[in-house]
Write a protein that binds this ligand. Structure first.
Ligand SMILES: Cc1cc2nc3c(=O)[nH]c(=O)nc-3n(C[C@H](O)[C@H](O)[C@H](O)COP(=O)(O)OP(=O)(O)OC[C@H]3O[C@@H](n4cnc5c(N)ncnc54)[C@H](O)[C@@H]3O)c2cc1C
Length: 409
């Protein structure tokens, strides 16, 4: 293959574009150019090789009611989008069957195993090894009873090759001056990393891509064709030897044009972001377990993320969720701007929480890489290497059969 059109310039599209262009494939990246639209802009910056278990499990189903937004939890469904999430939820329930969970667990374990080395290779290719750092992350509890239950739950949960270690009293004292109260317990994950800034990482990849001769077209694909042609919103058309569909949660209608069902949903998350803060650089990314909220320190400021809101990718935001995040930060005593930056965006989620990466059997000029749900930042480096192997028709570093979209029929 000598040329490829990539649709979507989120982390998956940007990382793939850089890999392909570097390998000598003439690569054209098509994206409307609104940085804030996709999940890649607003994520928590965590590289999480420990997340080897899919979200589609009976344990998650049985605990769902207690996690409802109306009861103070992070889970919500947009009623207006019931037509989207009803069939998706049925497929999710099917993915909870024990054999499916085992298959998803194996697929996630395989793709997550090389996370940190692959990210370091990607950062080097982007010309900035400092994008990524070995940082570890922390699960923190403020309530002793919840801490006890939470620590027991983590002891039962597979986490791949990541090591867990409970922090001592002295280590927990590092949260003094950051939180109003001393945490009851903290479980440190050794192995995961962090990017210094998610948008900064994407910018670095795109700059390196252009420096290597890659072309960015600021436009939207309105129609994709099996022969590698794409019609654009501007009325122009582009053609290449192959296509890569990497449009995150918006990939579904594009795949439908090719006659393929991609059961994607927007699993929307929210963040508030404050340039002003007092979070030390060496304190790990922290997951406040009782509040289902992640706090991450980036070069651009402190960010709190949360929520799983099923609905259309571009639906209007629910401002109550930002207010809830700001309330959590106040209650914990975290220093934050009075009027923080606010953001909502869709994680591209498939019912089994395994990404879709492959080549369409019925249209071999079409490659696809989407559906990375909670782990698109984590997996973009490995995904880009798999995409390159597909494009070059070489054996990929791992068996990619489990990621084939055809698994959904
Ligand atoms: C609150 C939150 C926290 C998260 N935290 C983490 C984390 O800590 N670690 C982690 O690994 N992951 C995290 N994620 C998940 C991660 O951000 C996503 O999995 C990842 O960003 C998906 O990347 P993507 O490129 O597939 O999609 P996106 O980032 O959504 O990009 C898709 C791009 O395609 C473009 N596009 C859409 N339609 C078209 C079209 N027709 N033509 C051209 N372009 C088009 C869009 O405009 C967009 O730019 C988080 C997500 C959220 C929401």
């Amino acid at each position: 293959m000598r040329s490829i059109l990539i649709i979507g310039g989120g982390l998956i599209g940007a990382a793939s574009a850089l890999r392909l262009q570097h390998a000598g494939v003439r690569t054209i990246l098509i994206d409307p150019g609104d940085q804030r639209r996709g999940a890649s802009f607003g994520n928590a910056g965590h590289l999480g090789p420990e997340q080897v278990m899919p979200w589609s499990t009976w344990a998650n189903v049985s605990g769902a009611a207690g996690r409802a937004f109306g009861l103070g939890g992070a889970l919500d469904f947009r009623w207006r989008d019931i037509g989207l999430w009803t069939p998706w939820s049925l497929a999710f329930l099917q993915a909870c069957a024990p054999a499916r969970v085992a298959a998803s667990h194996a697929a996630l374990s395989a793709i997550l195993e090389d996370t940190m080395p692959a990210w370091k290779r990607l950062a080097a290719l982007a010309g900035d090894a400092g994008i990524v750092r070995d940082h570890g992350h922390m699960a923190l509890w403020m309530n002793p009873a919840r801490a006890d239950a939470g620590l027991k739950a983590w002891a039962r949960t597979p986490v791949g090759k990541v090591r867990l270690r409970e922090w001592s009293e002295a280590e927990l004292a590092r949260y003094e001056g950051v939180l109003r109260a001393r945490p009851a317990a903290g479980l440190f994950f050794e192995g995961p990393g962090q990017v210094r800034d998610p948008q900064g990482a994407r910018d670095a990849m795109l700059a390196a891509f252009e420096a290597k001769g890659g072309e960015i077209v600021t436009d939207s694909a309105v129609r994709v064709h099996e022969d590698g042609r794409v019609d654009l919103a501007s009325g122009m058309a582009r053609q290449a030897d192959a296509l890569l569909i990497a449009a995150g949660a918006w990939s579904r209608p594009l795949m439908a044009q090719l006659g393929v069902h991609a059961p994607l949903i927007g699993e929307r998350g929210y963040h508030v972001h404050s340039p002003e803060h007092a979070w030390p650089e060496d304190l790990p990314t922290t997951f406040f377990e009782e509040r289902t909220m992640v706090v991450s320190r980036f070069d651009s400021g402190l960010r709190a993320t949360s929520f799983i809101e099923f609905g259309a990718p571009g639906a209007p935001a629910d401002a109550r969720k930002w207010a809830r995040l700001e309330g959590h930060l106040r209650a914990l005593g975290v220093r934050f701007a009075a009027n923080p930056q606010r953001w909502v965006g869709p994680r591209p989620a498939l019912p089994d929480y395994v990404p879709a990466i492959g080549r369409l059997k019925r249209a071999p000029k079409v490659l696809y890489a989407f559906g990375h749900a909670h782990l698109g930042l984590t997996m973009c480096a490995v995904t880009a290497e798999l995409v390159l192997a597909l494009a070059e028709d070489k054996a990929p570093a791992l068996d990619i059969a489990p990621y084939a979209l055809e698994r959904f029929g």
